[in-house]
Structure formats: structure tokens, C-alpha cells
Design a protein around this ligand. Structure first.
Ligand SMILES: [Zn+2]
Length: 599
């Protein structure tokens, strides 16, 4: 039998906010259609506590010792990339160097690979590339291969500046290239140019394409402890050396629920969690969500597509005699920061599967997830990380409406309505756009129905218009027009002309779906969602990788404020769970709070 898998893939969008979903891959044929009946159940937040039996997996021995990162290049089992001033081409190759070369030559994975993809900027990295045209042998200029046009080859700066071709990659068996003429071009001892490091605007880090550079001042600032020989922990999660699984799942098998080896490891170690999250040690894509158990009632979680409440195959996979029925789902974080994390968490908590609400007899354009049927549409007055910015009414996603913000720059927008029933667009950068509306907080179990007093409105995309709009501007690349200009509709009016509106409130919602409740997760506490944070790697993480992810997710977990491009330690602007829920909801990531106290 095919194990039903749903993987919702959400990737970042243009401009300054990136909680927008693209490339949604829902394989409906693989859905298990269990008929869902609406039940009325009361809110149960933990009464009984059942402790799980802990089984230490074979080969994983608990040994606590401290790793503070001081022993750079000295740890016997630990590989670090060479420092810039000590790098010798073709030496101190990463343990996975051969594996990357082989997978690329088989046509697996993305055509460019960086190893490591996160370094301190006094360290070096290797770039691998498989040209699309099948070229092999000799040299290949590497301009614009996801790392821009900087001069990375620190051994050949002079040649690169003075020569005609800039930097090159090699498929001639030199400069670290493993096999000559195999169609895989390589160059080692690449580093961030000094000219880039002296830019004070990027004093903490730089992300260039998919390559990440961290200021070495953070070295030694993030200690970890060994939980087993392959699992290190700190306050923000588990750094797991999964060995071959990492590359198997990256290059060939994928990282679906049925293949979640890190989930198995944590469950066997006695970790209890409501959600699991993979955090890839390098950028390999965007964000996504996989369902395991839909343990909530009284919502449009997956209306019309069948709830998956029982998935015995998955339980068996984790531990056959110890099913983890409370496990709700898996958040995939395959980029360098948590920009899509809140959005993916919402897929597990709220869906959104409202294919008929607010009414069966309405034009389907009024239903809340009209469009791709997985997200909250932009044409309601609900604010949520489940919706994107306001899309061009005629072209839809991914073409966004841009209005002038407070700095007179054309940027993305969101829909608002005043008390007189007039609709306006406001800049999407306003933090209110990223704070969940009360009707969403209700669906997260964070407030009662009686606290949801607002009336919400849905409008139909085919019945609206905006005046004074134009497409691609004359002054291409002028900063006032922002990124991805060919995907913008630039409007000098913020008024949205609306023919009809459909109002609804919390009573309508409850009459339709029943009351919110929890089924099958007796220990679930909406105010403290437990997430097993599995930072995954094929080898022991380097200190730069641990430090980067720890600082990024520590800020995500702790910040009460919407992260802006100014305050973000890494990356762009995004809502944290605390900021999105006005401080009502917290995410528990610290492993010591997830480990059964009886263990
Ligand atoms: Zn999504």
C-alpha cells in the first residue's frame, strides 16, 4: 500500500516579506480519504500524562561531554573547512567530497553544490557544478552560479582581476577536482573577499545566493553538549549526524514522513514532541509541511480532502510497539533562516482547507481558501501568515500588487476595510498584517470563541478593481520599484473597488464546523507547542553551522516582535510565533524540556 503523504511546499517570494507560498505540490491521489464527521468536543488541555518507554537505539551511546568549539581543526572526529590563510587546494577535503561528486555525476540533486554552505567568513568553501549543457573537461567560468560575481578564489585574486575570465571551476583533476573529464567542475579554497567583509552594513553575516557567511566574532559563543556520539544538543535543538541518510534524502529518496530517520532517532531517545522540524545544514530549497495526525476538531483543517487521523504505517516506522499518536506533523526548513516556519506551523494547526465556508451556496471565489485550496486567500480581512500579500486581481499569484509605502517606495500590500465598508490596501510591511486575527487565534486554541468579536469579510477576486495601475515600470531597476518587477502590478491608488462582500463571524464558523477541540493529543498545550528541532547533517556539524542555526532559531523562538529586515539576525522579515500570536503562544525547542523527566 502506498503510504499517504502530503507535502506542502512553500517557498519565498519577492520583496521584503517571504511567507508566501509558491509551487504548491499536493498529490491528491495519495490522500487517504477518511470521512470526517464534525464532532463537538470540549477543549482538553492535558489531564493524564503517560510517559513513554525510552529505547536507546543500537550504536547510539549516551556520553555527555562538552563541546565549546575552541578546538578548531583539532577535534579528532570533527572536520572543519580550512581557514583562508591555511587553505591548500586539494587538501583537507570534506568527508563527503567524493559523495557530492558522484551524486552530481549521476545527475542527482541541484547542479551546484557548496560544501560547506555555511562558514565563518575567515573559512573556505568548495564549489561543485554540473553544467546543464553536459560540458566536461578543462575549465568553466563560474559567474552568477548562485554566488554572484564576487572574487571568491582567494589564491587567484590577481589573475581574476587582471585576467579576462574571472574565476573558473576545474574539471581537469586540479584545484581539488576529484575526477578529470567527468562533467563535474570543482574549485576549493574559495572565500569571501576582504572587500565584502569590510562592509559595515553586513557586520553579522552575509547571504549571497545560497551561500552563507558568518562573522567569526561568533566563534566560541554557542556551546553544545553530546547527548550521544551522533547527537549534540543546546538550548535550541538537536544537531544530528545522520550519516548517509542526509545525502540519500537530499539527492534521491526525499524527506517525506515515511523517511524521517531523525524523527525516529528523537522518538527512540524518549523525546516527546507535537511537531518535528528538519533544519537542513545548508540551503537546499524552501519550506514545507507534511501531515501526520490531524488531532484537532471543529475547524476547516482539511475539509473536503479527508482528515488523516490514523496512520499506523508511520507509527510502525518510528517504533512499532510505541506509536507516537500525538505527533501532528513535520515542518521542513530547507533554507538559511526560519522565514517560513510560522507559516508551516499554521498548516498543521489551521490547514487551511475551508473549501466551502462561509457558505455552500456562494460563488466559490468567496470561500476562504479559494485559489490553491491550501492557503487563506488574500481577499479577506483576516490577517494571518497563512495568506500572502495582495495579488494582482487579473493575474493572481505570484504577481503581487505594489503600492507606495511610507518611504514612497512601491512595495507589496494587504487588504483592509474601514468601518464604512470601504476597502483599502496598506503596505504589507506594517506589522499588523503579520499578527494573527482573533479568528485564527481561536483556531490555535489560544483564545475562546467569546473573545472573537470581529466581523470578517470575504470579497471575490473577479469582482474587484484598482485604479491607476501599471505593469513593468519604465525605469527598470530603480530602487523605488523593488524586486521582481515583472511580477508586480504597480498602483498609485490604494482604493479597492468592491462589488459584493460576504460577512462572517465566529458564530458562523462554529455553526459550520463545530467547536474547536483536541482529539488524540492529551498532552497538547496550545500555549506551549513542543517542537523537536532536528538540525540534520551527513557529518558532524561544523561550528559555523551550529552557530548560524542556533542564533537564527533562538531569535525566532524568543522574539516578541515581528522580525524586520533591520532586526533580523539572518535573512529577511518574518513573524515569529510569539509575535504572530501576540505573545499567547510559545514554541518549546529546548531538548531538556522535551525529554521525559523519568528518563
Ligand atoms: Zn504554505
Amino acid at each position: 500500500m502506498i503510504i499517504p503523504i502530503i507535502l506542502i511546499t512553500c517557498t519565498s517570494n519577492a520583496d521584503n516579506v517571504n511567507t508566501v507560498a509558491n509551487d504548491l505540490a499536493l498529490n491528491e491521489n495519495e490522500l487517504e480519504t477518511t470521512t470526517s464527521t464534525t464532532t463537538t468536543s470540549t477543549t482538553t488541555t492535558s489531564t493524564t500524562t503517560t510517559s513513554t518507554t525510552t529505547t536507546i537505539p543500537q550504536g547510539l551511546e549516551r556520553s555527555f561531554s562538552t563541546f565549546a568549539g575552541e578546538d578548531l581543526n583539532n577535534e579528532p572526529k570533527q572536520w572543519y573547512p580550512s581557514l583562508k590563510d591555511k587553505c591548500i587546494k586539494g587538501e583537507n577535503l570534506s568527508p563527503n567530497f567524493e559523495r557530492i561528486t558522484i551524486e552530481l555525476s549521476r545527475g542527482n540533486g541541484r547542479e551546484f553544490q557548496f560544501e560547506p554552505g555555511i562558514i565563518f567568513w575567515d573559512e573556505t568553501f568548495t564549489m561543485f557544478y554540473r553544467p546543464e549543457n553536459g560540458a566536461s573537461g578543462g575549465v568553466f567560468p563560474f559567474k552568477n552560479l548562485m554566488v554572484g560575481d564576487l572574487l571568491y578564489d582567494i589564491h587567484n585574486i590577481k589573475d581574476a582581476i587582471e585576467g579576462p575570465g574571472g574565476h573558473v571551476l576545474y574539471d581537469d583533476g586540479t584545484n581539488g577536482d576529484l575526477v578529470a573529464d567527468d562533467g563535474i567542475y570543482t574549485n576549493t579554497c574559495l572565500g569571501l573577499p576582504e572587500s565584502e567583509i569590510n562592509n559595515e552594513n553586513d557586520s553579522r553575516n552575509k547571504i549571497i545566493g545560497d551561500m552563507a557567511f558568518l562573522n567569526p566574532i561568533y566563534r566560541g559563543s554557542v556551546p553544545t553538549e553530546y547527548l550521544t556520539s551522533d547527537v549534540r544538543i543546546n538550548d535550541i535543538g538537536f544537531f544530528i549526524n545522520t550519516g548517509d541518510w542526509y545525502f540519500n534524502s537530499k539527492f534521491t529518496t526525499g524527506r517525506g514522513i515515511q523517511n524521517c530517520y531523525p524523527c525516529k532517532i528523537l522518538w527512540e531517545l524518549g523525546i516527546e514532541f507535537d511537531f518535528m522540524s528538519y533544519i537542513s545544514r545548508e540551503a537546499t530549497g524552501g519550506w514545507g509541511y507534511s501531515r501526520v495526525h490531524d488531532n484537532f476538531t471543529g475547524m476547516c483543517l482539511y475539509e473536503g480532502e479527508g482528515n488523516i487521523n490514523i496512520r499506523p504505517e508511520l507509527s510502525e516506522y518510528l517504533i512499532s510497539d510505541n506509536p507516537h499518536t500525538e505527533w501532528i506533523g513535520l515542518i521542513h526548513n530547507n533554507y538559511l533562516h526560519p522565514g517560513g516556519f510560522t507559516h508551516e506551523l499554521l498548516h498543521g494547526l489551521a490547514g487551511v482547507g475551508c473549501t466551502t465556508f462561509p457558505g455552500n451556496d456562494l460563488n466559490e471565489e468567496f470561500t476562504l481558501n479559494y485559489g490553491d485550496r491550501m492557503h487563506l486567500k488574500d481577499t479577506t480581512t483576516i490577517n494571518s501568515a497563512m495568506t500572502g500579500p495582495f495579488w494582482d486581481p487579473s493575474r493572481g499569484h505570484p504577481y503581487s500588487v505594489r503600492i507606495k509605502n511610507e518611504k514612497d517606495l512601491y512595495r507589496e500590500a494587504f487588504l483592509t476595510r474601514d468601518n464604512n465598508g470601504n476597502y483599502f490596501l496598506k503596505p504589507y510591511s506594517e506589522s499588523i498584517a503579520h499578527i494573527e486575527s482573533d479568528i485564527m487565534l481561536y483556531q490555535f486554541g489560544l483564545i475562546n470563541a467569546s473573545q472573537v468579536t470581529d466581523t470578517y469579510y470575504s470579497i471575490a477576486v473577479s469582482e474587484i478593481s484598482i485604479d491607476n495601475c501599471f505593469t513593468r515600470p519604465e525605469h527598470i531597476d530603480n530602487i523605488i520599484y523593488g524586486n521582481s518587477q515583472n511580477r508586480g502590478l504597480f498602483c498609485d491608488s490604494t482604493i479597492v473597488n468592491v462589488e459584493r462582500e460576504v460577512p462572517f463571524n465566529i458564530d458562523d464558523f462554529i455553526n459550520f464546523y463545530g467547536e474547536w477541540g483536541i482529539e488524540g493529543s492529551p498532552n497538547y498545550n496550545p500555549e506551549k507547542i513542543r517542537v523537536g528541532m532536528a538540525y540534520i547533517s551527513d557529518r558532524a556539524h561544523t561550528e559555523a553551522e551550529i552557530t548560524w542555526h542556533t542564533l537564527a532559531f533562538r531569535q525566532y523562538q524568543q522574539s516578541n516582535e515581528f522580525i524586520t529586515d533591520i532586526t533580523a539576525i539572518f535573512g529577511e522579515s518574518y513573524p515569529t510565533w510569539l509575535s504572530a500570536t501576540r505573545g499567547l503562544g510559545k514554541i518549546i525547542m529546548n531538548p531538556t524540556l522535551l525529554i521525559d523527566v523519568n528518563d
